[in-house]
Design a protein around this ligand. Structure first.
Ligand SMILES: CC(=O)N[C@H]1[C@@H](OP(=O)(O)OP(=O)(O)OC[C@H]2O[C@@H](n3ccc(=O)[nH]c3=O)[C@H](O)[C@@H]2O)O[C@H](CO)[C@@H](O)[C@@H]1O[C@H](C)C(=O)N[C@@H](C)C(=O)N[C@H](CCC(=O)O)C(=O)O
Ligand SMILES: Nc1ncnc2c1ncn2[C@@H]1O[C@H](COP(=O)(O)OP(=O)(O)OP(=O)(O)O)[C@@H](O)[C@H]1O
Ligand SMILES: N[C@H](CCC[C@H](N)C(=O)O)C(=O)O
Ligand SMILES: [Mg+2]
Length: 487
């Protein structure tokens, strides 16, 4: 059992009222989860202010409260701790509560608009095949060795994150590879963690609903590198013009990778086809199973991390060359059909353009490209017309459909997408809101050798409408429809 004093170690406090020697059984930032003996941390959120729930938390048994403003609550005999930043304090508290697991494992964080899941998944698989005990924290799933723990976020909250890392330590994991989202950095979810290294993949248009400006989005990502200790490494993609920006204020050892300039880790694409990628990496030529030029960056980043972590590079390349793509990332759907069908998680303009350009570069004759795509509700609205225009530009036929409308009116989302469709592109555009019907239509329109891309949901197995997740899997529906329309 820990005392409040133990778990406040290294937390920046502005004042304390009450006894810090009391025992704390649990740490909560949600009043609804408080039990007798909990510490409640009041965090200001995007929807509500956790400070409004302090009284409720105390009624439910909280023995101590961490907050940014002392509430005016008379006759309440709990300990109050004031801090300038509750979310950051929660990170440090959660680390202390779980005995600082990030100091007992080699933790590597990967950030970037696109490529995080792919790269952490490559690293997880690579280090497993090299014989290590490994943890994974990703959008698709969390893993502790071979055990799968479903993930709710790309980067979990402070408590879930440290609980997972602590379990990884218990299961003797030597390495943990985690995705670090910009939301997580901004919300203090990674505060208090000790990284062995961090990787920057790229930055492009996304999440402006949350960060409001692109500059804020860059600054959020940079904070990961600014917070690294001098013992860590900071590895950045030099082909992205913000790679250098990430390194500006870091104390960590600086390393770079890229395809365009001479850097520490350099790759050249020799062959890029549906069979995979042949790359020259630092002078060695190797075939990989992943498809698309963008995946050269993910493979190169994984290789660089493995080398920095002092793995045998020959063995690393051998193992990496056998690893499959992450679920829902340029995943081919195999059906008894002559149509080529791909499911991809492209939900940003850059990702969609990369995937469609890749498909375009593989065309050898008159095969048509049919794209089914939508944009998520309660997310960046500005990317909608841009994604629509990219989809139409690179496709012969494009079908706009629903993708997790959440609490928004799906017709409004599609209307905003249509804002990116000029008169010359209207005739190749169809609107079929029901995603199953949209995929069915794409399959009915496709002839032998044509290519169908279903973009935006990748590994997701649901369609979220008004808080309810209805079962839906692009891969399963696509397979079913391809078989329905096969010759
Ligand atoms: C917009 C956003 O990021 N929201 C995250 C945020 O919630 P919030 O700030 O909206 O919280 P809030 O509802 O305002 O509540 C504020 C505080 O009051 C507390 N509260 C609230 C109600 C109550 O009755 N009692 C109570 O104590 C809450 O527990 C919270 O501490 O903090 C919560 C706890 O960490 C997250 O679960 C939640 O993620 C929501 C569900 C979400 O959808 N987030 C997405 C956008 C996200 O984080 N995505 C990134 C990946 C993006 C990408 O890279 O593509 C991710 O890392 O997953
Ligand atoms: N290095 C890359 N550069 C640009 N686009 C990429 C890259 N890697 C993958 N993509 C595209 O982005 C999509 C998402 O990839 P991935 O899931 O690896 O990214 P992510 O950063 O984890 O995304 P999220 O923010 O949703 O967690 C892929 O399906 C592909 O279309
Ligand atoms: N991590 C991203 C995932 C987007 C996936 C897409 N299917 C959507 O729902 O918009 C987000 O939460 O913004
Ligand atoms: Mg991800």
């Amino acid at each position: 059992m820990k005392t409040l004093k133990d778990i406040l170690y290294n937390v920046k406090l502005t004042s304390v009222s009450g006894n810090t020697g009391i025992e704390v059984v649990d740490v909560c930032f949600d009043s609804r989860k408080v039990q007798k003996g909990s510490l409640f941390v009041a965090v200001k959120g995007t929807q509500v202010d956790g400070h409004d729930y302090i009284e409720k938390a105390i009624k439910s048994g909280a023995v101590a409260v961490v907050c940014e403003e002392m509430p005016l609550l008379p006759d309440i005999h709990v300990t109050f701790v004031e801090t300038g930043d509750s979310a950051a304090a929660l990170g440090v508290i959660a680390s202390n509560f779980f005995d600082n697991p990030s100091k007992k494992i080699k933790l590597v964080g990967i950030t970037g608009t696109n490529g995080k899941t792919t790269t952490v998944t490559l690293l997880y698989s690579l280090f497993r095949s090299l014989g290590y005990n490994v943890g994974l924290l990703s959008t698709v799933q969390n893993k502790i060795n071979d055990e799968v723990i479903p993930s709710t976020h790309t980067t979990p909250d402070q408590i879930s994150l440290n609980a997972l890392l602590s379990e990884m330590v218990k299961q003797k994991c030597e390495y943990a590879f985690m995705e670090v989202s910009s939301h997580a950095i901004d919300q203090g979810r990674i505060a208090g963690l000790q990284y062995t290294g961090a990787v920057f993949m790229n930055i492009s248009h996304d999440h402006l609903d949350y960060h409001e400006t692109f500059d804020n989005y860059i600054k959020a990502k940079k904070k990961l590198f600014d917070g690294l200790p001098s013992s860590a490494f900071a590895l950045v993609n030099m082909d992205d013009k913000r790679g250098q920006v990430m390194l500006q204020n870091t104390r960590a050892r600086q390393l770079a990778f890229g395809l365009k300039f001479m850097t520490d880790y350099k790759a050249k694409i020799i062959t890029n086809s549906y069979q995979g990628l042949e790359l020259d990496i630092n002078g060695r030529s190797v075939w990989f199973r992943l498809i698309g030029a963008f995946n050269a960056y993910n493979l190169l980043a994984a290789y660089a991390v493995a080398d920095i972590l002092e793995q045998d590079v020959e063995e690393v390349l051998l193992m990496l060359s056998g690893i499959e793509t992450a679920p829902g990332r340029f995943e081919s759907v195999n059906a008894d059909s002559n149509v080529r069908a791909i499911v991809d998680y492209a939900h940003t303009p850059d990702a969609l353009e990369n995937v469609l350009q890749t498909i375009d570069s593989f065309r050898s004759g008159n095969e048509k490209v049919i794209t089914v795509v939508g944009c998520g509700g309660d997310r960046d609205k500005d990317k909608r017309p841009v994604m629509a225009s990219i989809a139409a530009k690179w496709s012969d036929k494009v079908i706009f459909t629903d993708d997790n409308p959440r609490t928004e009116n799906p017709d409004t989302i599609i209307k905003e997408m249509m804002g990116g469709i000029g008169p010359s592109m209207v005739k190749k555009t169809l609107i079929i809101r029901d995603r199953r019907e949209a995929i069915k239509t794409a399959c009915s329109l496709a002839n032998d050798e044509d290519i169908i891309l279903v973009a935006g949901k990748g590994h997701e197995t649901y369609q979220e409408i008004n808080g309810v997740r209805h079962d839906f899997d692009d891969r399963a529906v696509l397979k079913e429809m391809l078989e329905l329309f096969k010759d």
